[in-house]
Ligand binder design. Structure first.
Ligand SMILES: [Zn+2]
Length: 154
């Protein structure tokens, strides 16, 4: 199966951020009408993640109805439905979903705290919004969460 791409509805912004952290292309449909969400999912070949039962029914096989309001359970549902792995972390901006570009310490000097520059030499920069990432910001949390999800699905 190709790596799935997602479109999260307005109620699932946090889930969208986590899927991006795991390296999955996830658009966040904030402010979009139902028919706009359906059209975007179809045009861009994305799985619509929604908490809205009616919308999920309209989208048919193109949607996954998210049944829980708890982030961990939402993640678990998506991970098990699509067999996701956090095998490509640090590839997507969690804010805007653009693909990150690798950068050396020189390129980010002055834009990250000094102590981080001393500890790290590998950075990832968002070409769209300029946010800078390095292993340590979200990394530990992703790894812990993925371990927990894997333990669950065994
Ligand atoms: Zn960005």
């Amino acid at each position: 199966m190709d790596r799935p791409r997602f479109l999260a509805d307005e109620m699932l912004g946090t889930l969208a951020r986590w899927l991006r952290m795991m390296g999955y292309d996830t658009e966040y449909g904030r402010g979009l009408l139902d028919r706009e969400l359906l059209e975007l999912a179809s045009v861009e070949d994305r799985v619509l993640l929604t908490r809205d039962r009616q919308l999920a029914e309209r989208a048919g096989s193109r949607a996954l109805l998210i049944t829980s309001v708890v982030l961990d359970e939402q993640l678990e549902q998506v991970v098990s439905a699509f067999g996701l792995e956090a095998d490509n972390p640090m590839t997507r901006c969690t804010v805007c979903n653009a693909e990150l570009e690798a950068a050396g310490a020189d390129a980010v000097a002055g834009r990250v705290p000094e102590r981080v520059l001393e500890l790290r030499d590998e950075f990832f920069v968002c070409p769209r919004c300029g946010k800078i990432y390095w292993k340590g910001t979200h990394w530990d949390r992703i790894e812990r969460t993925m371990e927990r999800l894997r333990a669950h699905s065994r």
